[in-house]
Write a protein that binds this ligand. Structure first.
Ligand code: DI6
Ligand code: FE
Length: 416
């Protein structure tokens, strides 16, 4: 049976252990020992026990995994990696005791990055984003979400999204783009947040849809950003436009944003330090992913942690992401988030790795396409010289993938 399928495959890996993260495989991490994985036309075509596979006569390329571990490519499902400049001065101020809220109130914070992002061309934005994206790719990221949200005018938000699409063309990585125009009220609309929301729904969103520049819409629903009512208006417009819905919810204060997003069948609600049990149940009922962002928690030296035990108890899928941004998480390492997810938030290594593979795919609306080693899914794979998956969570800096495979092709971290 299997060998007929193999006959049409371009490439297969032998002598590998597979950490499939496929829930149909009962072992921890969905581990399969001594299986081969074959790819055809960019997708996983077969996963078979090696002793059932006759390689003689196979016309494609055979790659000897030498006992390595094959995993799905890592997925960073929440980043703001396109932006201009840096906020090192604010980092120093916070270390001296000034809070993120105070800095924002004084015109720093998101608005500081809005100024430096508006000042750059699309090409300059791409140039500044490259090292950040390259760092993620080098450690095994094969899919990344990139949000707008530092432009806050029609032209500047479109510029950010186009820069993100440019990066997708340049690198061997899948990019999902998210419109986060409701990140902060821009100075032109100071004191007129409702009018800004109106502009997003009436002017900006239709342009983004027309040019297919975004896969989803996100709102920073928070006391220092947008209210529940404003968030709801944007979600309604996004849903009508057929875009996915995501939310920055319950990060700095409680407020019901996650439950609101759940009413709109959000793909994910993100941050969630202040999420309560009602919010957890709402996410569960909606099938939304709870995305935890330990980088921002750590950088802001927060003490309140997301309700991991409740999320686990109610079976809400958890994702982990970098939240890579110049203010609260200038940390271009998804592997660091695996480690922080366990050490700071109490996830198990298996939960953490599931959070950057299977669950992160669902958070991007790509659960059918990515996130596990399963026949039919896109062949985004990593080959590691490690014996246990948990080493990817525990040990930072020294472990790099031996091979990165995107859509069945072996790729390199550098520009294409
Ligand atoms: N939550 C965050 O932590 C970041 N954005 C958001 O909505 C902060 C972004 C920044 O400070 O630039
Ligand atoms: Fe964010």
């Amino acid at each position: 049976m299997g060998n007929e399928t193999l006959g049409q495959c371009e490439r297969l890996w032998i002598d590998v252990r597979l950490a499939t993260f496929d829930p149909a495989v009962a072992a921890p991490y969905g581990l399969l020992e001594k299986h081969v994985l074959a790819v055809r036309r960019g997708a996983i075509a077969a996963i078979l026990p090696q002793d059932q596979v006759a390689l003689s006569g196979f016309g494609g390329e055979v790659i000897d995994g030498r006992g390595g571990l094959l995993t799905p490519g890592l997925i960073d499902s929440h980043t703001h990696l396109v932006y201009g400049g840096h906020r090192t001065r604010e980092f120093e101020q916070r270390l001296l005791g000034k809070s993120y809220r105070e800095i924002s109130r004084d015109g720093g914070g998101i608005l500081a990055t809005v100024r430096s992002t508006r000042a750059l061309s699309r090409e300059q934005l791409v140039a500044q984003a490259r090292p950040r994206l390259e760092a993620l790719i080098a450690e095994g990221v094969t899919s990344v979400e990139i949000k707008s949200g530092y432009g806050l005018t029609v032209a500047d938000e479109l510029k950010m999204l186009r820069a993100a699409r440019d990066l997708a063309r340049e690198y061997p990585v899948r990019v999902s783009t998210t419109l986060l125009a409701a990140h902060c009220v821009p100075p032109e609309f100071c004191g007129q947040a409702d009018r800004y929301v109106e502009m997003i729904c009436r002017e900006l969103l239709p342009r983004v849809v027309e040019e297919r520049l975004a896969d989803a819409v996100d709102v920073f629903c928070e006391q220092l950003a947008f209210s529940l009512e404003q968030t709801e208006r944007i979600f309604a417009a996004a849903r009508q436009a057929g875009l996915g819905i995501k939310v920055h919810a319950e990060q700095l204060s409680p407020g019901g944003a996650a439950a609101l997003a759940a009413r709109f069948s959000a793909r994910s609600a993100d941050h969630l330090e202040w999420l309560d049990e009602a919010g957890v149940l709402a996410l569960k009922a909606a099938g939304s992913v709870a995305t935890l962002l330990p980088g921002a928690f750590y950088v802001l030296r927060e003490s309140r942690k997301p309700p991991v035990a409740l999320l686990r108890q109610h079976g809400v899928p958890m994702a982990l992401a970098t939240d890579l941004n110049p203010g609260t998480s200038p940390l271009a390492s998804l592997r660091l988030m695996l480690n922080m997810g366990c050490v700071l938030f109490g996830l198990t290594p298996e939960e953490a790795l599931t959070a950057v593979t299977r669950n992160a795919a669902v958070a991007l609306g790509l659960g059918e396409v990515l996130g596990t080693l399963s026949v039919g899914k896109q062949a985004d794979l990593l080959l590691w010289d490690i014996d246990q998956p948990a080493r990817l969570v525990e040990e930072l800096g020294s472990i790099r993938p031996r091979q990165r495979i995107v859509q069945g092709e072996i790729v390199h971290a550098s520009r294409s």
